[in-house]
Design a protein around this ligand. Structure first.
Ligand code: HSE
Length: 285
């Protein structure tokens, strides 16, 4: 039996909609695989009741199919579905690595990105490699139609996950069709600042570079208490705050010394609007 852990991820980072992604140290999914004549899947852990075990309907089943690697697959979910923390991507990434090794397919991590993304596409209809790429490669990733660029990075973050659900379909439905040239210029500037910040492991530049006036303002309206939580995180020392992926998770970047205070400020702010939440004190890595 082979066991592989793949981490949660946060896509977009504000200014990098559908392009940027980071791997987070926690939470993570753990996938165990054994060779079998046909693929079977069992799912336990966070939100497992919402995840189909039918291989034709599960991301991981699609990955097994793509690698021609039938297996008995056990998924232990650490990343809750519909969290904005790349739940299905973590399972797909872990399964791709595990099955590649189990069947000696010889693909590199980078070569497994399209395999795992294809798995996501078969199940969700759209393939966004901005979650599977960082889950497979770690650090900070830039996904474009031409491929994936990756750098190691280490920046402290708090990922706060409220106990509400926002469907990716709804979150994509509010993305504007167009943007003003001023907004595009600002966003390019912020994305460039963020990228430099990642290469320097600088939370101030990364936080500043997460500002986005095109997509994020529309998505924050779908998250009860977002503004209050953002203000609380900034007051506690966060260098930047944005929606994690399609939400409802919220990502705050910070210096390590402020991490604990930011985590409790975010949870308290959600609490004040009647929403339970959990904060992960983790890091890009
Ligand atoms: N970039 C995607 C989005 C991530 O924000 O909609 C979720 O799959």
């Amino acid at each position: 039996m082979l066991t592989v852990r793949a981490p949660a991820t946060s896509a977009n980072l504000g200014s990098g909609f559908d392009v940027f992604g980071v791997a987070l140290g926690t939470p993570a999914d753990v996938v165990r695989v054994e060779r079998a004549s046909r693929t079977t899947i069992t799912v336990t852990g966070a939100g497992s009741q919402y995840i189909p075990e039918d291989p034709d309907k599960n991301t991981v089943g699609a990955v097994a199919e793509a690698l021609d690697a039938p297996a008995r697959i056990r998924i232990d979910k650490g990343v809750r579905p519909s969290s904005g923390l790349g739940s299905s991507a973590a399972s797909a990434a872990a399964a791709a690595v595990a099955l590649n090794e189990l069947y000696d397919r010889g693909r590199s991590r980078a070569e497994l990105v399209p395999v795992a993304a294809e798995g996501e596409a078969l199940v969700s209809g759209e393939a966004h490699a901005d979650n599977v790429a960082p889950s497979l490669l770690g650090g900070f990733t830039v996904v474009t139609d031409d491929g994936v660029t990756h750098v190691d990075a280490s920046v402290p973050v708090v990922a706060c996950l409220p106990d509400i659900s926002v469907s990716t379909r709804d979150a994509r439905g509010v993305v504007p069709d167009s943007a003003s040239m001023d907004a595009v210029v600002d966003t390019v500037g912020n994305a460039a600042t963020l990228t430099v910040g990642m290469t320097r492991n600088d939370p101030v530049l990364v936080g500043k570079g997460m500002e986005d006036e095109i997509v994020t303002p529309e998505r924050t309206k779908l998250i009860d208490g977002y503004e209050r939580v953002r203000e609380a995180a900034l007051e506690a020392g966060a260098t930047g705050v944005t929606v994690s992926g399609a939400g409802p998770g919220i990502l705050a970047v910070c210096h390590r010394r402020n991490q604990r205070a930011i985590a409790s400020a975010m949870v308290d702010a959600f609490d004040a609007v009647g929403v339970e939440s959990r904060a992960y004190q983790t890091a890009v890595g």
